[in-house]
Design a protein around this ligand. Structure first.
Ligand code: HSE
Length: 453
C-alpha cells in the first residue's frame, strides 16, 4: 500500500531521535544552485523517501542577494558570506556550486574542518585541489561527493564505484563536455560557424563562466581526471593530462573524416597500459556507425571497458541546470544515508586510498599508441602513392589512402588512415613527410579511436 513518504517518516523520527532532517547550506545560486533548489522543492517527498530522512535547504550564500531572494523566496536564510554557510553549526552538509578554484577551495576546506560533508559539482576544484581536499576529508571522516562534476545527468561515478565495483577497469572514454559537443553538432548539422554555435551554448547555460575551459578541452580534462582516479585508483593527475580542444579543428577535416566514414568528436580517454595510464582529451575520429558518433548536441556519453562486465555505455545530458541538480541531489541522498555511519564504510576518498595501481604514472604523449588520420596537401593528384610510400618507409602502417573530394578553394589533399602506431614514431614520420617536395602545406593529424575491446 502506498504511504506518503514524508508522513511515513514522522513516526520514524519519534522512534529514532538520531534520524533527523539533513540540513543543507548552499554556496552559489546560479544555473546549478537554482536548479537544485527547484528540484529539491518539487520532489521533496520522493527524495525524503529515498534518503530515509528529509533534506532541507536551510541557508544559501549568494553574491546578489536580491536575485537570490527572487529564486528562494523567504523560505531560506540568505547571506552574502559563503564562509558563514561553510562554518555554520546549523548546516550538516555544504553544497558548493559557485565554481572556481580560488575561494571555493577555502570554503570547502573550512566546511571539512568544521566536520561537514561536502557535495560539489566543481570539477575544476577537485581536479586541481582534490588531493588536498580528499586528504582533509579523510582526516575528518566526512564525505566529499561530486557526481555532478562529471557528465552531469549520467550517474557515471556511481556506475564506476558501485555498479562496476567487481571489475578491473581497462579504459574509460567519453564525450564529457556538452558545450563542445553542441558546437561540433551545430557546425556539422546546421553549418553554423564556431562563434555562433558557442554563443548559443552560452545562452543555454552549458558553457563555463570562462568558455575557453570548454573549447580548449580543459573542462573535459578535469572530468577525465576524476574518472581515471575512480577507474584505476590512481591519484588525481590533471597536470599530466594531454589536452587539446576544438579551436584548431578545421572544417575541411570534419568533411574529410565524413568522407572516410568517421565523425570527429572531442573525446576524453583514460586507458590503462602496462607502462602507465593514457590520460588525454582531443578531437578524434570515431567510426560514423559507432554509438559514440550518434551522441549529438549537449549530450554526453561514457564507455567503460572492464574485465567482467565487458563494454558498457552510459548516455545523458552533459550540461544544464536541473540535469546537474539531479546529480547534486543524488549525492545529498547518499550523504543522508551515510551521515552518522562509521567513516570506514563511506565511499573511499579519491586518490588517498591505498591501491595497487596508485603508482601508475601518466604515459607521455609520445608513448600513446593509436591509429591516425592524416590530411596531406599535395601539388598534384598523382602524388598519392609517393605519400603512402613516404609513410611506409618510416614504418607507419598505412591502412587506407584516398584523395579528398574536391572543395572550392582547397587544393588537392591526400587522406591517410594508419594502423596503430606510437605517437613518437608518427611525429617523426610526419616531420619527414613535411619535408618532401610533393607536400604543399602543413600536414594535419588526428587520432582515430575504434572504441572496441
Ligand atoms: N561547461 C560544461 C559542459 C558544463 O559544457 O559540459 C557541465 O559540466
Amino acid at each position: 500500500m502506498y504511504r506518503d513518504p514524508v508522513e511515513s517518516l514522522e513516526p520514524l523520527h519519534h522512534r529514532h531521535a538520531a534520524i533527523r532532517t539533513l540540513r543543507v547550506g548552499m554556496i552559489g545560486i546560479g544555473t546549478v544552485g537554482s536548479g537544485t533548489f527547484r528540484v529539491l522543492a518539487r520532489n521533496r517527498a520522493d527524495i525524503a523517501a529515498r534518503a530515509g530522512r528529509s533534506i532541507e535547504l536551510v541557508m544559501v550564500a549568494a553574491r546578489n542577494l536580491e536575485r537570490a531572494a527572487g529564486i528562494v523566496g523567504d523560505s531560506v536564510a540568505l547571506t552574502a558570506d559563503a564562509m558563514h554557510v561553510a562554518t555554520h553549526p546549523d548546516v550538516d552538509v555544504v553544497v558548493e556550486v559557485a565554481g572556481g578554484t580560488g575561494p571555493a577551495r577555502d570554503w570547502v576546506l573550512a566546511a571539512i574542518a568544521h566536520g561537514k560533508h561536502v557535495v560539489t559539482a566543481n570539477k575544476a576544484l577537485l581536479a586541481v585541489h582534490g588531493a588536498e581536499i580528499f586528504a582533509a576529508a579523510r582526516e575528518k571522516g566526512v564525505i566529499v561527493a561530486y557526481e555532478g562534476a562529471v557528465a552531469v545527468s549520467i550517474p557515471i561515478i556511481k556506475a564506476l564505484r558501485e555498479g562496476l565495483a567487481a571489475n578491473r577497469i581497462e579504459w574509460v572514454a567519453g564525450i564529457i563536455n556538452g558545450t563542445t559537443n553542441f558546437i561540433l553538432s551545430k557546425m556539422r548539422d546546421e553549418g553554423l560557424d564556431f562563434a555562433a554555435a558557442l554563443a548559443q551554448a552560452q545562452a543555454l547555460g552549458y558553457a563555463e563562466a570562462d568558455p575557453s575551459f570548454d573549447i580548449e578541452g580543459i573542462d573535459a580534462a578535469h572530468k577525465l581526471t576524476l574518472l581515471a582516479a575512480n577507474a584505476f585508483g590512481m591519484p588525481l593527475r590533471f597536470a599530466d593530462a594531454q589536452v587539446e580542444g576544438i579551436t584548431a579543428l578545421q572544417g575541411v577535416d570534419v568533411a574529410c573524416a565524413e568522407q572516410l566514414g568517421y565523425r570527429i568528436k572531442l573525446l576524453g580517454v583514460a586507458r590503462r597500459q602496462a607502462a602507465g595510464v593514457e590520460l588525454r582529451v582531443q578531437p578524434v575520429l570515431v567510426p560514423a556507425a559507432h554509438l559514440m558518433a550518434q551522441v549529438n548536441g549537449s549530450m554526453n556519453a561514457v564507455m567503460v571497458k572492464s574485465d567482467a562486465a565487458g563494454l558498457t555505455m552510459y548516455y545523458g545530458a552533459g550540461a544544464g541546470s536541473e540535469q546537474t541538480a539531479s546529480a547534486v541531489i543524488a549525492d545529498l541522498v547518499d550523504v543522508a544515508r551515510l551521515d552518522g555511519v562509521h567513516a570506514a564504510q563511506h565511499v573511499p576518498h579519491l586518490g588517498v586510498h591505498a591501491h595497487a595501481t596508485n603508482a601508475l604514472a601518466v604515459l607521455p604523449r609520445a608513448a600513446v599508441h593509436t591509429s591516425h588520420y592524416l590530411r596531406v596537401p599535395v601539388h598534384a593528384l598523382d602524388q598519392i602513392q609517393a605519400i603512402a610510400a613516404g609513410l611506409a618507409e618510416r614504418k607507419v602502417p598505412v591502412h587506407q589512402v584516398a584523395l579528398a573530394a574536391e572543395r572550392p578553394g582547397v587544393g588537392p589533399q591526400v587522406l591517410v588512415l594508419t594502423g596503430p602506431v606510437e605517437q613518437g614514431a608518427l611525429d617523426l614520420a610526419v616531420h619527414a613527410l613535411q619535408a618532401r617536395a610533393e607536400v604543399a602545406g602543413p600536414v594535419t593529424t588526428l587520432r582515430v579511436e575504434s572504441l572496441e575491446g
